[in-house]
Ligand binder design. Structure first.
Ligand code: EPZ
Length: 418
């Protein structure tokens, strides 16, 4: 098992180009089942993407990945299609559930393994199934699989989500693309990754209108032309490096991004004292001498993202006084806390709220990654800790951060993989 070794207290100086968004690429790859010919550009070549392409190959889609150009080409000639997503491929990546909507709407049936839980929570899929049933699907759960069918196809419907779910909104949008008639989805998630999926579905011919959290979608016969799509930047990767800059940046410039999508995150970091300037496609950030405490609650977009909670917590360990983070999205997303405590952080947890006392000196330790974002918070802690930090189980990092060591080393960090 590979490890990451970090020698702390090296000021970061330089620029970082942000990769394409993993969480935009995954639903768009699933939606490409609806097209005959798709070319995706600016794709992040991270483990989860290859897990999804393996699943699509199993289903019968022809895939060509070009690592140099960061493109994925997909051809669906509708021959030997296997409308099955097996447990062995879905258990390692929950987003495999996203093939349910496209398979159902295009082939009128699908058998998809229940994704099961993960380190951050039980991760139910009831909202996905609620939406597909409203569109006319017959669904039953048997031997750990979702068995769905729609003999006469799916029909447009009015669907109100009881709570916002990124994945359920995505599954419903893709399914509604192939449904007869208009679908209106209310109380949707409207993350930038969903807007990117919507722009992809529009290229497939769908008429889609968004107002607030309401999305109307009128599906259309599957178009036969070649769909060309450039994936948006990864705002969580960008936010992660912004926190690194606020922690120990002499000056870091984050490039290939759209700063306005990170408006909320920038406002929090500025309020805490980080020195930030930005223009239309980059943000520069420097650490400040003193960091002020902050109180943050994770919320669906445009609120503070749960995927940046662990990273912000590391910054809060260096802020003056008591900072607070309330985790509202997942029931168990504080797995990084025991590891940060072993490095010297003073953090108390009470009913899904973390109380972080700062500033505290962090010292390097051997720690263990548990999930993607917890792992990267340990990297951030290692960058500011005295002496050396060893991070185990870094396969979690490889699921969602492209060239992490290389990007940090280019900014003078002492990081190496062994
Ligand atoms: C997406 O997960 C992201 N994954 C997550 O990023 C992200 O943390 C999450 O959205 C929230 O922004 C991808 O896009 C691949 P949800 P998703 O459905 O769709 C509950 C990362 O680090 N819920 O919005 O699974 C659920 O338990 C990953 O890149 C139901 O109750 O998240 C959670 O409490 C981690 N029933 C809340 O809703 C359902 O049917 C939000 O989940 C679905 C979800």
């Amino acid at each position: 098992m590979q490890k990451l070794l970090i020698k702390g207290k090296k000021y970061l100086n330089g620029s970082i180009s942000i990769s394409g968004s993993k969480n935009a690429t995954l639903p768009i790859l699933a939606a490409s089942i609806l097209a005959n010919n798709t070319k995706l550009r600016n794709v992040p070549l991270v483990k989860d993407i290859f897990t999804m392409t393996n699943l699509l190959k199993f289903i019968g889609i022809k895939i060509k990945v070009c690592t140099k150009k960061k493109t994925i080409e997909l051809v669906n000639n509708n021959r030997n299609i296997n409308t099955l997503a097996p447990y062995k491929l879905v258990k390692t990546m929950r987003a495999g559930i996203l093939v349910l909507g496209p398979l159902l709407t295009k082939y009128k049936k699908a058998k998809v393994s229940l994704p099961g839980g993960c380190a951050i929570g039980t991760r139910p899929v009831d909202l996905h199934l609620l939406a597909l049933k409203k569109l006319g699907a017959k669904i039953k759960i048997k031997d750990g699989y979702i068995i769905a069918e729609a003999k006469t196809g799916l029909f447009g419907a009015n669907i109100k989500f009881p709570s916002t779910s990124v994945g359920a909104t995505e599954n419903a949008l893709i399914a509604a693309h192939g449904a007869k008639g208009k679908t209106i989805l209310s109380n949707c998630a409207i993350e930038p990754e969903i807007l990117d999926l919507i722009s992809f579905l529009k290229k497939l011919g769908s008429k889609i209108k968004i107002s607030g959290r309401k999305i109307s979608i009128e599906g259309k016969e599957i178009s036969t032309n070649k769909i060309n799509h450039k994936v948006i930047f990864d705002r969580i990767e960008a936010g992660t490096y912004l926190v690194a800059g606020a922690l120990i940046g002499k000056k870091i410039t984050i490039k290939k991004i759209v700063p306005k999508i990170l408006k909320y995150e920038i406002s929090i970091l500025k309020k805490m004292g980080a020195k930030i300037t930005y223009a239309n496609n980059f943000i520069s950030i420097k650490k400040s001498k003193y960091l002020k405490k902050a109180s943050v609650s994770t919320k669906p977009y445009p609120g503070f993202p749960t995927d940046l909670q662990a990273q912000l917590m590391v910054l809060m360990t260096q802020a003056q006084g008591l900072s607070i983070i309330k985790e509202n999205i997942f029931e168990n997303r504080f797995m990084h806390v025991p590891e940060l405590r072993r490095m010297g952080a003073k953090i108390k947890i009470k009913n899904k709220t973390a109380y972080i006392y700062g500033p505290t000196k962090l010292t390097g330790a051997e720690v263990m990654a548990t999930d993607l974002r917890a792992s990267v918070s340990l990297v951030l802690a290692g960058l500011i800790a005295d002496n050396r930090t060893i991070i185990n189980r870094i396969y979690h990092l490889d699921r969602g951060y492209e060239y992490l060591e290389k990007k940090l080393k280019n900014c003078k960090a002492a990081v190496k993989r062994v």
